[in-house]
Design a protein around this ligand. Structure first.
Ligand SMILES: Nc1ncnc2c1ncn2[C@@H]1O[C@H](COP(=O)(O)OP(=O)(O)OP(=O)(O)O)[C@@H](O)[C@H]1O
Ligand SMILES: [Mg+2]
Length: 174
C-alpha cells in the first residue's frame, strides 16, 4: 500500500561516515525550524535492532522498524534526517537528498582522529572512493532532487548550510 505524502519538506543528509552530516544537519536545524533526526540515535533510543554484526562488532539496525517509528513524523514534514545510507527509506519521504563528499586524504585523517583503525577505516574510505552513497542516492531518488555537495573545509560547510536554507526558503515561498 502506498503511504501518505508528507505535508511539509523533508531533507535527507547522507554520505560516508565522517563527511560531516551531523555537523551540517544540526547547524541547519538550529538556523531553521527543521527538526533534526539522527537515524542511529532513533534506533538506539528505541532498541530497533535485529541481530549482531560479528565482523563490525555492532548491532544490526532493523530498518523496517525504524521506518515504522518515523512514519508519522515524516508525514508531518519539516525534518532534516542524518544517516550514512539512503536506499531503505520510502522515496516519498524526501524532497531534497544531499550527499556530502570529502577528499580521501581528509576523510582518512578525520576517521583516524576518531580512533577508527584498519578494516573500519579502510572500508569507509573505500566507500567514499567508490562514491557508493552517491550512486545509492541516484538509484533510490529522482536525480533532480539529489544534490552532491563538497565537505572538505569549514567554508564549504558554511556554503552548504546556506544552500540548504536557500532551498528551504524557496520551498516555503511556493
Ligand atoms: N566541511 C568540513 N570541514 C572541516 N571539518 C569538517 C567538515 N565536515 C565535518 N568536519 C569534521 O569532521 C568530523 C566528522 O564530522 P561529522 O561527525 O559531522 O560526520 P558524520 O558524517 O556525521 O559522521 P558519521 O556518519 O560517522 O556520524 C568532525 O570532527 C567535524 O568537525
Ligand atoms: Mg554523524
Amino acid at each position: 500500500m502506498a503511504g501518505s505524502l508528507p505535508r511539509g519538506p523533508n531533507i535527507l543528509i547522507t554520505g560516508t561516515p565522517g563527511t560531516g552530516k551531523t555537523t551540517l544537519a544540526q547547524e541547519v536545524a538550529q538556523r531553521t525550524n527543521l527538526k533534526y533526526i539522527n537515524i542511529g540515535e532513533v534506533a538506539k533510543e528505541n532498541d530497533l535492532y535485529d541481530g549482531f554484526d560479528a565482523e563490525y562488532q555492532c548491532p544490526i539496525m532493523d530498518e523496517d522498524r525504524v521506518i515504522d517509528e518515523l512514519e508519522d513524523t515524516m508525514v508531518d514534514g519539516g525534518n532534516i534526517v542524518d544517516y550514512h545510507g539512503c536506499e531503505f527509506f520510502p522515496e516519498r519521504w524526501f524532497h531534497l537528498v544531499v550527499v556530502l563528499r570529502t577528499d580521501t586524504a581528509l576523510l582518512y585523517n578525520r576517521l583516524e582522529k576518531r580512533g577508527y583503525h584498519s578494516k573500519k577505516l579502510e572500508d569507509n574510505v573505500q566507500c567514499e572512493i567508490f562514491r557508493t552513497i552517491l550512486d545509492e542516492a541516484l538509484e533510490s531518488y529522482k536525480t533532480n532532487i539529489v544534490e552532491e555537495l563538497p565537505s572538505n573545509t569549514p567554508e564549504e560547510m558554511e556554503e552548504n548550510i546556506e544552500k540548504i536554507t536557500a532551498w528551504l526558503n524557496q520551498w516555503n515561498a511556493t
